[in-house]
Design a protein around this ligand. Structure first.
Ligand code: ZN
Length: 102
């Protein structure tokens, strides 16, 4: 856990300096199976709930392999119509509601 916190802090600091305010969201940590990790075109992807999403980093600890993922890439449920939207959609695919900020 301590390692993850340090990693998250490091990523937050390094991304903030590159991208500014947009990147100040916290990363979420997901344990994944090695079959659910792919590297393509210099980008790491992990499969969460059958959907491949970009990961910021992959690491391991005593529990297993984990990925740090920007929550923005994770599927979200529309609070108005309950449609299950892709993490890439900033507005609900069904009703157009803007994705809620965390
Ligand atoms: Zn909706």
């Amino acid at each position: 856990m301590k390692t993850f916190l340090l990693t998250a802090l490091f990523l937050t600091a390094s991304l903030s300096s590159l991208l500014g305010d947009e990147s100040k969201r916290d990363c979420e940590k997901f344990y994944v199976d090695s079959r659910d990790v792919a590297i393509e075109n210099d980008q790491i992807y992990v499969r969460l709930d059958q959907v491949w999403v970009p990961a910021l980093s992959i690491s391991t600890d005593a529990t297993g392999i984990y990925a740090s993922v920007d929550p923005w890439h994770i599927r979200w449920i529309c609070p108005r119509c309950t449609y299950n939207n892709s993490g890439e959609d900033s507005n609900c695919y069904k009703c157009g509601l803007a994705r809620p900020k965390r």
